[in-house]
Design a protein around this ligand. Structure first.
Ligand code: UD1
Ligand code: CA
Length: 456
């Protein structure tokens, strides 16, 4: 049986933020949520999150995840003190307790699974994740014998100059035998430079205590500053891009592209430079996205092209072409084979198949049928200054350049709208609507100062 305690009560002073450190996001997800993700498939009896600084914010941000128990650490007196707070929740518990720092967001599920397996197979009292760092500054140093059995852990600030030479560091990831931990945890002392209760101090009183080096040092990177946050983002981006390239996606100039972990991309997609894919976005196979595009929380079908465009909360069906310089937002739904051209904005507009909006248009709160041709500069006037109103455009309608459709209005199928019209009334099917002042011609007209004056 395995329980987990995630330490997320600290403020993270070095972030210089009003937001608790563990809520800072790395690639679209908070650090603490990433830590929870890293638990993967481990079967957990308790998931305890120790909260303190900004506890309401932390609880609210994790409210969508089932099965969490929040444990309050009212004063942040150290990592050992934080784990002491879970004691009442684990009364009579006979299993192992995983302890994870909430600021270590890059752990892989395989690594934690291996830590638990190693711990259980060796019957350890504690197993600790460690790594050899070229620059171990700031981390606790782990001292071991020749068999990876730990003798003690000393915090960087409490190390003697000789002890600082040790490059083996504590990752802040532990698996404890809970009954054994309970023999020492309640008796921790705060006799160190920071006068804090260090969780690391329990290790010297627990046997057997084993260190397990992590293969990929990047996994245990702990975030203490905005600079670290940016570095973690870079590491995560490299991982995500490697994964998609291995899955058959072409990335042109990967360094200029960013992809959230929540995005899904099908094979044979080509992502061009300066493209950013965010949130719950899906890109269908064979599509070409970019250069210079941002797509957020949107579904893009197969074989589309999206060039220099911004798409959020929207859907683009297979074979559609979008851009350059189009903006789709607020549940725009572009049908199969549609063409959306330059300087077109679609908001809550649904387009049937093979409809074209090629230049300079705003369509908001609109429903268009199939094979509609929206002429250059056609605008839906959907807002009367108080309420939004719908526009409905039937199949095969053609609107002339610079027409204004004043909502609420419905154009019947096969309507042709003359250029420059201001359409305020519904039209029947199969008609021409001309709604503009008739042209007037004044033959031989001259400006006033050139006209012959009768008074001369
Ligand atoms: C800790 C370890 C250090 C290790 C490093 C790895 C101790 C004493 N030191 O140091 O050996 O190398 O992590 O990253 O454990 N927290 C609480 N309550 C508290 C204090 C901290 O919940 O009272 C939480 C923080 O929110 C954070 C985590 O514990 O998520 C680690 O705290 P932090 O202060 O960053 O510890 P380090 O000094 O980095
Ligand atoms: Ca830390």
């Amino acid at each position: 049986m395995v329980a987990v305690a995630i330490l997320a009560a600290g403020r993270g002073t070095r972030m210089k933020s009003s937001l608790p450190k563990v809520l800072h996001s790395v690639g679209g997800k908070s650090m603490v949520e990433r830590v929870l993700d890293s638990l993967g498939a481990i079967d957990l009896s308790h998931t305890l999150v120790v909260v303190g600084f900004g506890k309401e914010q932390v609880q609210t941000s994790l409210a969508h995840l089932p099965g969490l128990t929040f444990v309050e650490q009212a004063q942040q007196l150290g990592t050992g003190h934080a784990v002491q707070q879970v004691i009442p929740h684990l009364e009579g518990f006979e299993g192992d307790l995983l302890v994870l720092n909430g600021d270590v967001p890059l752990l892989r599920p395989e690594t934690l699974q291996k830590l638990v397996n190693t711990h259980q197979q060796n019957g350890n009292a504690v197993t600790l994740l460690t790594a050899q760092f070229d620059d171990p500054t700031g981390y606790g140093r782990v001292f071991c014998d020749d068999h990876n059995m730990i003798t003690e852990i000393v915090e960087h600030r409490d190390c003697s100059p000789t002890q600082r030479q040790n490059r083996r560091i504590n990752a802040g990831v532990y698996c404890f035998n809970w009954p054994k931990l309970m023999t020492v945890l309640p008796h921790l002392q705060a006799d160190n430079d920071q006068q804090e209760y260090y969780l690391t101090d329990v290790v010297k009183d627990l046997q057997p205590a084993m260190a397990m080096d992590v293969k990929d040092c990047q996994e245990i990177f702990g975030i203490n500053s905005r600079k670290h946050l940016a570095e973690a983002y870079g590491i995560l981006q490299d991982r995500i891009k490697d994964q998609w390239m291995a899955a058959g996606v072409t990335l042109i100039d990967p360094d200029s592209i960013t992809i959230d972990t929540t995005v899904h991309i099908e094979p044979d997609v080509v992502i061009e430079p300066q493209t950013h894919l965010r949130g719950n976005t899906v890109i269908g196979s064979g599509s070409r996205i970019g250069p210079g595009s941002m797509i957020e929380d949107s579904q893009i079908g197969a074989n589309t092209t999206i060039t220099f465009s911004v798409i959020s909360d929207s859907t683009v069906q297979a074979g559609a072409r979008v851009g350059p310089y189009a903006h789709l937002r607020g549940q725009a739904d572009v049908g199969e084979g549609c063409r959306i051209g330059n300087f077109v904005e679609l908001k809550k507009a649904t387009l049937g198949p093979k409809t074209n909006v090629a230049h300079l248009s705003y369509l908001g709160d609109a429903t268009l049928g199939s094979q509609v041709n929206v002429g250059a500069g056609t605008i839906t006037a959907n807002y009367d200054g108080y309420k939004k109103h719908p526009t409905v455009i039937g199949d095969r309608v053609k609107t002339g350049s610079n027409s204004v459709l004043v909502a609420p209005v419905t154009l019947g199928a096969d309507t042709t709208v003359a250029a420059g019209s201001v359409v305020t009334k519904d039209t029947p099917e199969d008609c021409l609507v001309v709604a503009r002042p008739p042209q007037k011609v004044y033959e031989g007209w001259r400006p006033r100062h050139l006209r012959e004056s009768s008074s001369d």
